[in-house]
Design a protein around this ligand. Structure first.
Ligand SMILES: Nc1ncnc2c1ncn2[C@@H]1O[C@H](COP(=O)(O)OP(=O)(O)OP(=O)(O)O)[C@@H](O)[C@H]1O
Length: 245
């Protein structure tokens, strides 16, 4: 199966000496291309750290990481910045849109900064898929939270990245808007052939994915194909029993 990203014995330690924290402990992980992967686990289990290391947002303490066929461990800051800009899309809990720009300008901003001409047909497809056609001239403040996150999703998709990382993308949304954004991410995978990795605490959000990776204390402790909200919740309860019972 072609891989969008891969980590081998990925270790991340914060600090040194007796106060050092091992956020990731020799993690091996494959992210398959064209799939929707969710990353779950208790607070502090290393979800965001894993995402940041896979996306080249953070350096690793040990092990190796690849984006596609490119090994990113060992790349310098400049190369990493370029790689993220050209090959990775990001969505965060706070939508991170620029307030003075229209939706349309926000969507193509990363490419404008990079001096890359957008593929108009592709951007049009993304806008259509996300139902943003009649919102393009609006500024973020004139849009609902759900619409703002759809703009952020379109921005992440606009450059047709190899991989989209979404960190709690529905954390700031009511459940209806959240579901809508998750449905769009699902469509980005199913209809547009994109690859999505999403960090979430919410079993209902994870149920939109193809595969859930469960982290615990910096290790991948379990995985679940074709999750439903119920099976994910059930699995989380079992972990609680193991941890606290
Ligand atoms: N910049 C940092 N400096 C020191 N320790 C950090 C730093 N970032 C994360 N950590 C520690 O690394 C561990 C993993 O953190 P991480 O943010 O990856 O967990 P998480 O699973 O994403 O948590 P949450 O669900 O609360 O966001 C935690 O113990 C955290 O305190």
């Amino acid at each position: 199966m072609p891989l969008a990203a891969r980590a081998e014995q990925l270790t991340k330690t914060y600090g040194t000496g007796p106060t050092a924290v091992v956020a990731l402990d020799a993690v091996d992980v494959d992210i398959a291309r064209g799939r929707f992967t969710a990353v779950m686990g208790p607070s502090g289990s290393g979800k965001s750290t894993l995402m940041h290391c896979l996306a080249g947002l953070d350096t690793v303490s040990g092990g190796r990481v690849w984006l596609g066929d490119t090994e990113i461990t060992g790349l310098g800051d400049k190369q990493l910045t370029q790689l993220r800009r050209d090959r990775v899309g990001f969505m965060f809990q706070s939508f991170n849109l620029l307030p003075t720009l229209s939706a349309a300008e926000n969507i193509t901003l990363p490419m404008d900064i990079a001096g890359r001409a957008p593929d108009r047909a592709w951007v049009d497809t993304v806008i259509e898929t996300l139902g943003l056609r009649d919102r393009l001239r609006h500024r973020p403040a004139q849009l609902s939270g759900g619409q703002q996150q759809r703009v952020a999703c379109a921005r992440a998709l606009a450059s047709r990245p190899e991989l989209i990382f979404a960190d709690e993308p529905t954390g700031n949304l009511d459940s209806r808007s959240g579901t809508e954004v998750l449905d769009f991410l699902r469509e980005a995978v199913d209809q547009l052939g994109q690859t999505v990795v999403m960090v979430t605490h919410d079993p209902g959000a994870a149920a939109h994915s193809d595969l859930v990776l469960f982290l615990g204390d910096g290790k991948i402790v379990d995985r679940m194909e074709n999750p439903t909200a119920e099976t994910v919740l059930e699995r989380m309860k079992q972990f609680d029993v193991i941890r606290h019972g």
